[in-house]
Design a protein around this ligand. Structure first.
Ligand SMILES: [Zn+2]
Length: 88
């Protein structure tokens, strides 16, 4: 009985974290419930689904994540952009 309570706790924890990050509460609840520690950990490490800031390389126009410092296509050093893109 207590095991179920612990599993539900992990499920809710993973679900809330997943929901905050723009994913499905129910999906992460199931993951947290089935894989107690791993599920919560995965939810914490899971990237934000929405509004991941992006930027465009001024040299070759490749769209990269904001935190990328060197363009993966042309190798140009990238400055911190004045405005980030939010398109995918
Ligand atoms: Zn580039």
């Amino acid at each position: 009985m207590s095991l179920v309570v612990v599993l539900v706790f992990f499920g809710v924890a993973a679900g809330v974290i997943g929901k905050i990050k723009g994913s499905s509460f129910f999906l992460w609840f199931l993951i947290g419930f089935c894989i107690p520690f791993g599920g919560v950990l995965a939810a914490i490490l899971y990237r934000f689904d929405r509004k991941e800031p992006l930027r465009r390389c001024p040299e070759c126009n490749k769209v990269l994540a904001l935190h990328v410092q060197v363009c993966t296509r042309c190798g140009r050093d990238l400055e911190w952009p004045e405005e980030a893109l939010f398109e995918r």
